[in-house]
Design a binder for this molecule. Structure first.
Ligand code: PHE
Length: 359
């Protein structure tokens, strides 16, 4: 019996001293587990006399029960103090002010591209895309600008580097969005009505020119489209975009890929150094346009005896500057945070058809 008492105090002391649930579990296994000390003692019962067994059996069972309930009690105690400890250390002062987070803004070019797309979508135009690295076929030849044509020089083209012996077609950074006309007609044929906004590149840099800028191309091909349709579409567009009725002026011009060709000005006034669109008797050039040249239709696989249409190319950065009063084009691409905060748009300024942004 002394034996049993010693075992009892050893186990109960151990339970009392257990620092966490893992230690407690170790004690449980070694004390009342299948091969634990109490189980070993129970095995000895077989070798006892019936009288001894009558005393030792119940004593062992009682010990087992006592150990189990001591463990359960200790376990509950440990859980309570673990919770107390968490409550003491993991508290949060909900009255503290939040941490400020830097907020980005939508670049005027992105905003205006969205506005332009929304307005043309309302007139039934969808958005087409093409690569920024183009072959000289799409950028020039297919647009009726053969090699050695003087127009190639006018574009200040960036040519891609070619290793000696490389006989792939020469590639350029596209100098305008017009190659998307060819790609679109090649793939989808006529009739069609698309715009193609995107980046273009020319080797030029001053207050009104950056080597990368943005254009939006327009292309409409059908059976009987004319310059009159072009003029209507553009006036609808500018009036929606500037939120005021805008007159356009067509000046005869020349592009190899349109015939006839016109440069288009919008009505504006300069009063005390302030530019106002849609009023006055001044004019501001905003785009090039014309009736798609038959050779361009042929190059794109469209029959010029059946189809005709108009195309135009407009500077997105240019009209963004006009609409939002941004003076220097170069700042568009400086990534100056102060500029972006000032001229940028909040993510929720959804472009609307009447061209305005709220707030
Ligand atoms: N691609 C011409 C340019 O970049 C603009 C243009 C497009 C003119 C379509 C006529 C027709 O200057």
């Amino acid at each position: 019996m002394d034996d049993l008492n010693r075992l009892r105090s050893k186990i109960l002391d151990g339970i009392g001293a257990a620092a966490d649930e893992a230690a407690l579990e170790d004690i449980r296994v070694s004390a009342v587990g299948k091969k634990g000390e109490v189980a070993l003692k129970m095995r000895e019962l077989g070798r006892m006399t019936p009288e001894e067994r009558q005393v030792a059996g119940p004593a062992l069972n009682a010990l087992k029960d006592e150990v189990n309930s001591a463990i359960a009690a200790k376990k509950a105690g440990l859980a309570d103090s673990a919770l107390d400890e968490r409550l003491r250390t993991e508290w949060l002062d909900v009255t503290l002010p939040g941490r400020p987070r830097a907020q980005g803004s939508i670049h005027p070019v992105s905003q205006v591209s969205e506005e332009v797309s929304a307005i043309f979508a309302d007139m039934g135009f969808s958005v087409a895309e093409g690569p920024q690295i183009e072959t000289d076929f799409y950028n020039f030849d297919a647009l009726n600008i053969p090699p050695h044509h003087p127009a190639r020089q006018e574009f200040d083209t960036f040519y891609m580097h070619r290793d000696e012996g490389d006989d792939r077609a020469p590639h350029v950074l596209r100098t305008h969005t017009s190659p998307v006309q060819i790609r679109h007609m090649e793939k989808h044929g006529a009739p069609c009505r698309v715009i193609a906004p995107g980046r273009v590149y020319r080797s030029d840099y001053d207050q009104t020119h950056t080597p990368m800028f943005h254009q939006v191309e327009g292309l409409a091909i059908d059976k009987d489209l004319s310059m009159a349709n072009l003029k209507w579409v553009l006036e609808e567009f500018f009036s929606a975009f500037f939120g005021i009725e805008v007159k356009t002026r067509f000046r005869a011009s020349h592009f190899p890929f349109t015939e006839p060709s016109a440069e288009v000005d919008i009505q504006c006034s300069w009063v005390n150094g302030q530019l106002k669109i849609g009023e006055g008797d001044g004019w501001m050039e905003v785009l090039g346009s014309g009736m798609v040249h038959p050779k361009v239709l042929i190059a794109a696989g469209v029959d010029p005896d059946k189809w005709q249409g108009f195309a135009f190319g407009m500077g997105i950065d240019r009209i963004a500057m006009l609409k939002y009063g941004i003076p220097d084009l170069r700042a568009f691409f400086d990534s100056d945070l102060r500029w972006l905060r000032h001229y940028g748009f909040a993510a929720l300024d959804v472009p609307t058809l009447h061209g305005g942004v709220s707030g």
